[in-house]
Design a protein around this ligand. Structure first.
Ligand SMILES: *[C@@H]1O[C@H](CO)[C@@H](O)[C@H](O)[C@H]1NC(C)=O
Ligand SMILES: *[C@@H]1O[C@H](CO)[C@@H](O)[C@H](O)[C@H]1NC(C)=O
Ligand SMILES: *[C@@H]1O[C@H](CO)[C@@H](O)[C@H](O)[C@H]1NC(C)=O
Ligand SMILES: *[C@@H]1O[C@H](CO)[C@@H](O)[C@H](O)[C@H]1NC(C)=O
Ligand SMILES: *[C@@H]1O[C@H](CO)[C@@H](O)[C@H](O)[C@H]1NC(C)=O
Ligand SMILES: *[C@@H]1O[C@H](CO)[C@@H](O)[C@H](O)[C@H]1NC(C)=O
Length: 540
């Protein structure tokens, strides 16, 4: 019986138990246990009940600090909304539920905070200069709790600097800054600088715990290692093309200015381009060329120079006569020849009609003090080296007044009635104009011919007398005279009164009887030299 009673009561108990299970008063906080919340985010704590018809909720922090959120009570649950979550919410929150007769229950949950909202910000000058200090600033915004913060600065994967904030006691989010100064090198151009920020809190469950940012380094450098290459070579042949290329290392690319040293240390700016191209080189392109590379950012310049020597056969650059190719006798004249080439030419300057060189073989000038008409003529300059030679000619025209005026009479002696020819020649430049005059009985001279040669036929006594030849050009005049006179009378019965005519060359003004030529034979030549004694002896 007892046994049965026991069974029955067990059943009742069981029923009671079932009833009790259905209506048991319970509570929970969602989320349960530790909560890791990001500062600035939203956190809702829900205090939920079961088994209580009209629970009353209360929230508080364990330290009785302000809640830092809004409570919203519903029939069976209450929410505490923290929006935004701030450092004030770093507490253990306690939810207390009173369910009338059924008593009171409470639970707590710990809210832990962090803040790591964004990637680091790298601040580095967009244009660094190689070798000069470059500060890198890495900012990690709104970090909390910062004493966990670790920051690494890396260059191309290699750690430059690391910093820990172990003793940082910030009580709120703070932007942490790491500054590090390094000296970038030219080879760092294009490499990456990376800032790695870590917030490694092992027992806090949030992601990410590591944030990184990178920035490419723009390192300005140079110009450096500036070199010139000459193509085809530093000593091209005249007429070849020549490329001078200037190569330099520079970031940003350097400006190139080509120039050339001229005489007197002056400089001629040639071209702003890294290639200096000359399609046909001349000897005067020889010289020292400078390539100047300018980096406008680093404000540096570097120079390279190259000596160019143009090779080739000589070119006569000058063949001239000073003061002029046409001069007057007596002027100082110099003839000059110059040629250029490499190797240097041997220059020969000479009068063409002369066989021998004038002066030494390398004479480049001839000086003719007080030039004579004999010095006139063609002059030749020959310049020669192993590649060949070149020749040039120039004519020296020496002007002079008439000279060497000579009268020739043919025949040298003759008889009345015969024909005599008188010829006047003179040299001069320009060729003198010759004219003949005859002295009249009045003593005046009469122009008788503009020809150099006069012929008198059937010579009569009135043809005797003084004849004067004048040679004239703009540089002067020269006069010569000849006298026709009776040298001897021949007593020949069968003739009328024949006489022998002779002549004497006389100076134009004074008329001395210089020579008396006597008719000997028809073949007598005017140039023949006859002794006066012999001649007189013939006189009958
Ligand atoms: C409270 O708990 C009950 C039972 O577990 C559930 O059905 C209900 O959705 C919860 N209420 C809230 C607001 O979480
Ligand atoms: C020089 O450069 C030009 C182009 O810039 C090229 O056509 C030419 O062949 C080059 N000449 C030499 C001699 O290198
Ligand atoms: C160089 O020589 C060439 C040919 O002889 C000439 O045409 C050119 O003007 C000269 N240039 C200079 C700068 O003298
Ligand atoms: C460049 O350098 C020169 C002297 O070396 C100086 O006068 C000039 O101010 C500099 N310019 C810049 C932009 O730094
Ligand atoms: C000509 O040259 C001579 C030296 O040979 C000099 O004494 C004279 O003065 C010069 N005459 C002129 C006009 O230059
Ligand atoms: C000069 O001589 C030429 C031939 O020699 C002759 O024709 C001409 O008439 C002469 N003139 C005078 C003015 O005698």
């Amino acid at each position: 019986m007892l046994k049965e009673m026991g069974r029955a009561s067990q059943a009742v108990l069981l029923i009671l138990c079932v009833l009790r299970t259905v209506k048991a008063f319970e509570m929970e906080i969602i989320p349960a246990e530790r909560i890791v919340a990001q500062i600035g985010g939203t956190l809702i704590l829900t205090c939920n009940t079961t088994g209580c018809a009209s629970p009353s909720f209360s929230w508080r922090t364990q330290m009785d600090s302000p809640l830092g959120g809004k409570v919203s009570n519903h029939r069976t649950y209450s929410t505490l909304t923290m929006n935004p979550v701030g450092v004030v919410n770093s507490h253990s929150y306690l939810c207390t539920v009173i369910c009338g007769e059924r008593g009171k229950k409470e639970k707590s949950v710990k809210v832990e905070l962090y803040s790591f909202p964004s990637d680091p910000i790298i601040d580095i000058s967009p244009s660094l200069v190689a070798g000069e200090p470059a500060p890198v600033i890495c900012k990690i915004p709104d970090v909390y709790p910062s004493h966990h913060l670790e920051v690494l600065l890396k260059k191309d994967g290699q750690v430059l600097h690391e910093e820990y904030f172990l003793y940082d006691d910030s009580t709120n989010t703070e932007t942490k800054t790491v500054t590090y100064t390094f000296h970038p090198m030219a080879e760092d151009a294009g490499k990456e600088i990376t800032c790695v920020a870590r917030l490694p809190i092992a027992d806090m469950d949030f992601e990410p715990k590591e944030r990184t940012s990178s920035q490419k380094l723009n390192v300005n450098f140079g110009p450096q290692n500036t070199v010139i290459t000459a193509s085809p070579s530093n000593s091209p042949m005249a007429g070849d093309s020549l490329n001078l290329t200037c190569v330099t290392q520079s970031n940003p690319p350097a400006q190139i200015v080509w120039s050339k040293y001229l005489a007197e240390e002056s400089i001629q700016h040639v071209i702003k381009n890294n290639v200096l191209f000359i399609s046909r080189v001349h000897f005067n392109d020889s010289g020292r060329y400078i390539c100047e590379a300018i980096n406008l950012v680093t404000n540096k310049t570097e120079e390279a120079t190259v000596n160019i020597v143009i090779q080739g056969a000589p070119v006569i650059t000058k063949l001239s006569i000073e003061p002029s190719t046409t001069v007057q006798e007596g002027q100082n004249v110099s003839i000059q020849c110059s040629a250029e080439s490499n190797p240097p030419p041997k220059i020969i300057l000479r009068r063409k009609s002369d066989n021998a060189d004038i002066g030494t073989s390398s004479a480049r000038s001839i000086f003719l003090p007080s030039v004579m008409f004999q010095n006139g003529g063609d002059y030749e300059c020959v310049a020669e080296n192993k590649y060949g030679n070149s020749k040039s000619e120039i004519t020296l025209n020496v002007k002079y007044g008439p000279k060497n005026t000579v009268i020739t009479v043919f025949p040298a002696a003759l008889k009345e009635g015969e024909t005599v020819t008188m010829k006047c020649t003179s040299s001069g430049n320009p060729a003198p104009v010759i004219s003949w005059k005859k002295k009249k009985a009045t003593g005046e001279f009469e122009k008788i011919s503009k020809n150099a040669t006069i012929t008198i036929q059937n010579l009569k006594s009135q043809d005797l007398g003084l004849y004067e030849c004048e040679a004239y050009n703009q540089f002067g005049k020269e006069e010569k005279a000849v006298e026709l006179y009776v040298q001897a009378r021949l007593e020949e019965p069968d003739q009328m009164i024949p006489f022998i005519i002779a002549f004497s060359s006389v100076a134009a003004v004074a008329v001395p009887a210089a020579a008396i030529l006597i008719y000997v034979a028809r073949q007598a030549k005017i140039n023949g030299s006859y002794s006066l004694v012999k001649a007189l002896r013939l006189k009958v």
